[in-house]
Write a protein that binds this ligand. Structure first.
Ligand SMILES: [Zn+2]
Length: 313
């Protein structure tokens, strides 16, 4: 409804109200010293920029638009190439509008972090959408320029998964779980017989089932990140089908993912998935499970890969 009103230019921004004599000032309630027009509300408000910065720090980067028409063009191209990110942008604006109404009526309003976390929790699961991919085209990797890896939001977990295939058709599967502080919860490796890369990468994500602990279900959500686009897209589509039909689909069993409050899949470039890649390669030589609580038992090379990522967090 909000976006329908926006498209009809019927959102009661302060400028909209001022022009109709319903408000004494047209200024943005966040103290931007600018008129609160539709463009300001959806593209250029300083508060909105803070919200997008936080989203980018968590790995969800969207481009900056300079006008309402530019935004519409961006959403149009997102509908073709990357609908999940377009939806993400629209949800952000709607939650921002709600916070802005609270602010306008002197009620307590959501902080930027709460707004982004709410949007991620609300991303609809029952729709068949392609996996979220970075929208930003300026960076080849799509990540913010100073980042190798992005932390998930507070009270979320991120699983990085990867597979490595040997000539002997032995595939190593790697999983690395970290929290919003970038702290290692666990890292695991397991080997299976497999020669197909995409299937192995899917199996790597499915091996989360074997390492997930009960308390992980209490988190607000998990983000599963992998560097194989086909596998991530397959997982996302299968997970959504599972949701729609409420029963098992053919192929690997993903029902364990329903135990998490929210599950998002993200494709990341290879250089942002190095700890999981390390685990996958190690797993070719034997299974292992490293507990983040006892770092003494974890190889230094792996710890330094983690450190390298958190140094640019
Ligand atoms: Zn503003």
């Amino acid at each position: 409804m909000f976006w329908w009103r926006a498209l009809m230019n019927a959102v009661p921004t302060n400028l909209w109200l001022y022009r109709r004599g319903l408000r004494e000032t047209a200024e943005c309630p966040w103290g931007c010293n600018a008129e609160e027009s539709l463009t300001h509300l959806t593209c250029s408000c300083a508060k909105l920029s803070t919200i997008f910065e936080i989203a980018a720090n968590w790995g969800f980067q969207v481009p900056k638009f300079n006008s309402w028409n530019e935004l519409l063009d961006g959403l149009r191209s997102s509908a073709d190439d990357n609908p999940s990110m377009g939806r993400f942008y629209c949800y952000i604006i709607y939650q921002f509008w709600r916070a802005r109404n609270d602010k306008n009526h002197a009620r307590s309003c959501s902080t930027p972090s709460v707004i982004v976390a709410t949007v991620l929790s609300m991303m609809p699961r029952p729709y068949s959408l392609p996996a979220m991919e970075q929208w930003c085209t300026a960076q080849p990797s799509g990540l913010p320029p100073d980042k190798l890896w992005c932390t998930p939001p507070p009270n979320w977990l991120k699983f990085n998964v990867d597979a490595s295939i040997k000539e002997s058709a032995i595939a190593g599967l790697g999983v690395v779980a970290r929290d919003h502080m970038g702290r290692l919860l666990l890292a695991a490796g397991r080997h299976i017989e497999q020669w197909d890369v995409t299937t192995a990468e899917i199996s790597a994500a499915l091996s989360i089932r074997e390492v997930a602990t009960l308390d992980m279900m209490d988190y607000d959500g998990i983000i599963i990140e992998g560097d194989c686009r086909n596998a991530i897209q397959w997982l996302q589509a299968a997970f959504h089908r599972l949701h729609k039909m409420h029963h098992n689909i053919e192929g690997p069993d993903l029902t364990f993912l329903l135990d998490f409050k929210q599950v998002l899949f993200q494709f990341v470039p290879r250089e942002s998935n190095q700890p999981a890649d390390f685990c996958a390669r190690m797993a070719c030589f034997g299974d292992f499970l490293w507990d983040g609580g006892s770092v003494g038992a974890i190889p230094q090379t792996f710890l330094s890969l983690l450190r390298r990522e958190s140094d640019c967090m």
